[in-house]
Design a protein around this ligand. Structure first.
Ligand SMILES: Nc1ncnc2c1ncn2[C@@H]1O[C@H](COP(=O)(O)OP(=O)(O)OP(=O)(O)O)[C@@H](O)[C@H]1O
Ligand SMILES: [Mg+2]
Length: 370
């Protein structure tokens, strides 16, 4: 008997062994029977379909796929792994299920049809391939799911940290305004304030990161603004916290439009801070040019170029370069957040970087995004 036909005719025995094996993975868990068998029959059906399919490059008439279920193995494997995760299975247990399934099928086939088994090399390699494919898909779905849980956790953590941080901040501001502080007390309060503000910034970054990863677009509040004055404000602020750096701001054309001023300030400030931290020299150029439909912002710095292999992923979260001269290590979230903000405004961002011309990030923002 061919392997596919055997799998179909003896499905019940195979499923029974599968079920018994899954029970041993979670002893004492008393999992309901439907759960033990969930998607197992569909997976088996897809495996039988795959075993029947000719190997690539083997031009040979194969029996028609009379009972083919039509559901590709990766689809069933994906829903199966989802349900397993919800029931507390880990990745090793999910992979063990497939390993046990393969050895059950082969053992039962051999016992019931030794002659077929002896001549079944090609079908066995199809079986191995089908199971490998299911495992591969299970692993990637598992990782995706786990990352989603992690991001949700980060989002909740960031959110819950906000309130206590705010009350520390308010308390420290109130203390710093007290008239009768000694010099030592004043310095301590200032240090507390500085640290809380840094923490608050980091929590904000974590929240933006988690939100972006969870797929929800960054919420923005569009309003009519003049970008020129928002840029001047942010330039002043960045210069005051980075004494010794000069930011050359140049504006050309009309800079009015509908944007979220706070988010744009955040984006421009991230780009300016990057230019200061990752560029060389003490000058950074910020240019804003308005044309009919959009405003283009460019942030330029000199210094060593961004490695070519990094350019493709530079806007992904947690991507950052190594700079041996700097102790400061960023989270690698700055450009990810800039990209989120620009996309929420239906804009685009690009970067060019070379040893001769330096590095320029340019952002194009349509005047009326909605
Ligand atoms: N203007 C720039 N010039 C040179 N390299 C840059 C510039 N901007 C970014 N990079 C490179 O891109 C990486 C990613 O930047 P990103 O802002 O996302 O993270 P970060 O600055 O390392 O950390 P964070 O912004 O989270 O504090 C940087 O680590 C740096 O290697
Ligand atoms: Mg940065």
């Amino acid at each position: 008997m061919r392997l596919a036909a055997f799998i179909r005719s003896d499905a019940e025995r195979i499923l029974h062994e599968w079920e018994e094996f899954v029970k041993t993975l979670r002893p004492g868990a008393a999992l309901p029977r439907w759960l033990l068998r969930a998607y197992a029959a569909a997976i088996l059906q897809s495996i039988a379909d795959d075993v029947e399919r000719p190997l690539p490059g083997v031009a040979q008439a194969m029996p028609s796929r009379g009972e083919a279920s039509g559901v590709p193995i990766e689809r069933v494997a994906a829903v199966h792994v989802d349900l397993r995760i919800e029931s507390g299975f880990d990745l090793a247990q999910i992979i063990a299920e497939y390993r046990a399934l393969r050895s059950s099928i082969l053992r039962l086939w051999r016992a019931s049809d030794p002659a077929g088994f002896a001549h079944g090399a090609e079908e066995m390699s199809r079986l191995t391939e089908a199971i490998d494919q299911a495992v591969e898909h299970s692993v990637s779905i598992y990782e995706e799911r786990e990352a989603r849980y992690r991001d949700r956790f980060l989002g909740m953590l960031g959110h819950d940290l906000r309130n206590p941080l705010n009350s520390i901040l308010l308390g420290a501001v109130a203390l710093s305004e007290a008239p009768d502080l000694s010099d030592r007390q004043r310095k301590t309060v200032e240090r507390i304030l500085g640290s809380v503000r840094r923490l608050d910034g980091m929590v904000g970054d974590i929240l933006d990161f988690a939100r972006g990863r969870l797929g929800s677009p960054m919420p923005i509040a569009l309003m009519p603004i003049n970008l020129g004055s928002a840029l001047r404000e942010i330039v002043e602020e960045v210069q005051s916290t980075n004494p010794g750096f000069i930011i050359d701001l140049r504006v050309n054309g009309e800079l009015g439009g509908h944007w979220d001023p706070e988010r744009l300030k955040q984006a421009v400030s991230n780009l300016l801070l990057n230019a200061i931290q990752h560029g060389s020299g003490n000058r950074v150029a910020l240019t804003a040019t308005g044309d009919e439909e959009a405003v283009v912002l460019e942030v330029h710095n000199d210094g060593p170029p961004i490695p070519r292999e990094m350019l493709g992923t530079i806007f992904d979260p947690l991507v950052h370069g190594r700079n041996p001269d700097q102790n400061r290590t960023g989270l690698g979230l700055g450009l990810f957040i800039v990209n989120e903000i620009v996309s929420a405004h239906r804009g685009t961002i690009a970067v060019t970087s070379s040893a001769q011309a330096g590095t320029t990030f340019s952002v194009r923002l349509p005047r009326h995004p909605s």
